[in-house]
Design a binder for this molecule. Sequence first.
Ligand SMILES: [Mg+2]
Ligand SMILES: [Zn+2]
Length: 170
Amino acid sequence: MGNDKKKAVFLDRDGVINRETGEYVFEPENFEINEGVFDAMTALRDAGFILIVISNQGGIGKGLYTHSHVEKIHNKLKQMLSLHNLELAEIYYCPHYPSSGKCLCRKPGSLLVEKAIARFNIDPSLSFMIGDKESDTEAALRAGVKGILINANESILNYIDIITNGNGKA
Ligand SMILES: [Mg+2]
Ligand SMILES: [Zn+2]
C-alpha cells in the first residue's frame, strides 16, 4: 500500500567519500576518508536514504590497475563503514576509459544510476547525487535525480540539510 519506493543518495567516490589526490587511487593505503563522511552518511541513513556509490574507475580501462585493486579498496571502505554501523546498498563503478571503447556507464552516462534505480526500486525525484564534477551531476540529471556539486574533498556534512529538506539543485 502507498508508495514503497525508496529514496537514495548517490555518492561519487573520489573527492567525495575519499581524498581526491589528483592521481588514481588504487592502493588501500592511499584511500583516505574525507572529513565528515561518517557523520553525513549517518544523518542520511537516519533520514531514510539508502546510500549508493557510483564511481568512474577509468584507470582500469587505461590498464593502470585492475578490478581486484578496486575490490580491495571497496572492501576496506565497507569495513570502515561497518565500524560506524553504516552500509552501502551497492557500489557501482565503470571500468572503461573512452579511448578503450565507448560505454554508457561512465559518468556523465546515467546507466549505473538507472541500474540502481531499477534494482532498489528508487524514486529518482526523491533522490540526490553528491559529486565533485559536472559529470556527476550531469549523470544524476539524466536519471531524474537532483545533483549536488561540491568542491573536491569538501565535507559533505555541509549539504545534509539541503538533502533532508529536499531542496537540491535539479
Ligand atoms: Mg570525484
Ligand atoms: Zn563504462
